[in-house]
Design a protein around this ligand. Sequence first.
Ligand code: AMP
Length: 611
Amino acid sequence: MSEPIIGIDLGTTNSEVAVVRDGKPHVFEEGGDPILPSFVGLAEDGKLLVGHAARNQWVVAPERTVKSIKRKMGQDVKVKLGDQEYRPQEISAMILRALKERASAQLGQAVKKAVITVPADFNDDQRNATREAGELAGLEVVRILNEPTAASLTYDPKSSELQRILVYDLGGGTFDVSIVQAQEGVIEVLSSHGDTQLGGDDFDELLFKHVVLQFQTQHGIDLGANVYARARLLRAVEAAKRQLSFHAFIRLEEEFIAEKDGQALHLQMEITRLEYEELIQPLLTRTMDCVQRALEDAKLLPAALDKVVLVGGSTRTPLVSRLLEERLGQAAHQEVNPDLCVAMGAGIQAALIEGQDVGAVLVDITPHSLGIRCLDYMHGIDFPFRFAPIIRRNTALPGSRSEMFSTVHDNQKEVEIEVYQGENDDVRFNHRIGNFRITGLANVAAGNQLVVQCDLNLDGILKVSAKEKATGLKKDVTIENALAHFEGSEIAGARERLDRLWDQSTTAEEGDFDEIDDEEEMDDEQPYPNEFASEVPVLVPGPREGQRETVQARALLEKAERLLEKVAPEDKIELERMLNAVRHAVTDRQWENVTKACNELSDILFYLEDA
Ligand code: AMP
């Protein structure tokens, strides 16, 4: 083997090293972990620590530990480590050296050359300092590569057509967005914007404050005031935050977190994804403004982008892809592990310099979205065929995701879970792959919450479960072969069925229902094929903004509509007016007005039912 070149992502919080083997990028692991925390420290006995060991001692021995040295690269400063002072490139050199040795040990040969990545907005001083750090670590830096360029290489290393790719990189402490243009191996950064003080650490802090406030309200104790409770809680909320990327809610439990009047206090709290998203939304909106500026600087409209690529651990937060899709009109790619994407790209660049033939990084993904049918009444009319995706298309496998749903009726005892595969918002265009019914739900008002979870493994076996949140009552189904491709004939069949329905509804509107020929005629009472019988008890998506109000409104409207035919004419006019007030408030998403109108309607119903 010729002299190997390694690719290094030298990050602010984490670093990794990769090469290409047999045409595929490979990130070197140590103890099963590909990540080397970018921390350098001195142990009590003066021994040099790099990576996890240094990070672990940072809380207890900050004077002997250096973190985030990348922020100081290119500056004429020194940092203290024990009783010595070092230039930033010397500290970075220690991280690079650890990575170089990791690669040498696993390749079984000395490594002398590297490609190292840097943020697109690093200036000459910062780039030179990075190069110097490499040399201090005994590496010839054959290329300094922009991080967004590296990320785009993993998706398309040798595109012959012109491609414009937006790379959105949200890590632990920094954010940047770049637009790169690639053609025939030449990649240039058209624009780049960012915020060097924004990332997952800020999300942790917001969630931390949220929990502290709730605990204080409950127990009158400030968990932030105690250094140990604070450290424990920060670790717990970071783990909770990661879980919320995949699950609709989590339970935060920390035993003996505080003490009051000689009694131990435990932390037990439930956090929903919705609550968490509300906390971080303002920060993510800031990142979206940067996206807009990057587009303006590159003089591009969103439609001119060929691809949107996600990099950095924090992009696993589903709200990130949702906001990006809303803003850019296309789904973002995150199939390549967002923590390792830049390192893999550096490895690919190294291989290209070596003259190796490299293809795009291939990962196992689900080619279709998987989800369930639910009722959508958020836009004022009931639509019982809404497809609610749970595992979205292009999710890396194995994958596990859950979403929250709610019952539609008061005392709804059962729910039919119909599982679909496909991309259409309307399940009738998708492919039904299974169903089951959960019965024996609690006797409670509409809005009873159920968590529906999908677990999909590499063999395409899908397990779907529904769990009543309040009681833990659970039912599930296993579907073999959930990744099977949609048959062309099934799509055609679904489309035909829809076309028929559509034709029928337009003809009906025109008033010549009679002309539909016998074979095709459908029962006026039952506008949908049998398999979609509307009595099937379904769920609504949520909870989400306005859901509580909408569920209440819906239950009241049903009750009022039943009474409408029975009441005296003068009451009927008044009742209709109130019904319309509720409907309009729901359609306009004026939640306060919904509550007000519902209260009025509820009062009159009370009076009419009694009459
Ligand atoms: P990076 O700097 O790219 O290594 O990203 C690290 C950040 O990603 C940290 O703030 C992590 O808490 C965050 N992170 C890692 N995994 C997840 C996840 N599943 N959901 C949300 N944030 C995550």
